[in-house]
Design a protein around this ligand. Structure first.
Ligand SMILES: [Zn+2]
Length: 76
């Protein structure tokens, strides 16, 4: 059993079945919890709000070509 770091609700985790890196969902606040340690189980909150220790993933915006301009001419 582990408590959600965010809302302290007990999350039902069987530490014999959980694996590191597994993503759990808190039943209380629905936060995503990543299992960072087992025996004992320790979890990290995966949140968009907490940017302190979160790995910053810079999403490069792919330049998407305008493929929408492919309207075929209606031939009557
Ligand atoms: Zn929670």
């Amino acid at each position: 059993m582990v408590r959600c770091p965010k809302c302290a609700v007990e999350v039902d985790v069987d530490e014999d079945e959980v694996e590191e890196g597994e993503i759990l969902t808190c039943p209380g606040c629905e936060a995503e919890l990543e299992v960072v340690q087992i025996h004992p189980v320790n979890v990290n909150v995966i949140s968009d709000e907490d940017e302190d220790e979160a790995t910053e993933e810079v999403e490069a915006k792919d330049e998407v070509e305008d493929v929408l301009d492919q309207e075929e001419e209606d031939v009557e």
